[in-house]
Design a protein around this ligand. Sequence first.
Ligand SMILES: [Mg+2]
Length: 186
Amino acid sequence: MGGVIGIDLDGVLADSVSKWLQYAEKEHGIKALKKDIIRYEISEVFTSLTHEEVLMGFKEIWKDYHAIGMESQDIPTILDNLRDKFEIYITTLNKNENVRHWLKDNKIAYRKLIVFDHHYEKHKLEEVSIYIDDFPEVITSVAKVGKTGILLRQPWNEEFAKENKSKNIRIADNWRHVEEILLDIK
Ligand SMILES: [Mg+2]
């Protein structure tokens, strides 16, 4: 066994940002694409919105979870390929009750779903040695305690990805790359 992997939900498994953009256009008249979101904190990109308004949007879109797609259609197959080597935990801050339904509908197999109050708690799970996340701060805290962080490249973490020099941090360009990195870990 290669150990336990903690995989983030929003921005890693679930493409909730695309859905959020549709919501933002309808509710706030914001016209933008995923590539325009160059900060993790979306209210720093669209400064007419407050942090709370951004979060409200995510809360709203998860009510209609059927409409949220995956970050990659390959995810169920990839997780299946990793099953012999790793145990999968979903590590998220998303408290929505529909998360379990979404995972089930998308045929994403996992051992445990762990919901945190704060992103800085994530790295503390003793049994988890590898984390996959799109949030640089999570990946940084993971690397600091000597664990492996895999950052899934997104427009909002591009700058961090480019500047990363930590040997505990790997940058994955897409989900197939995530698979490659994981199968390569001894
Ligand atoms: Mg995320």
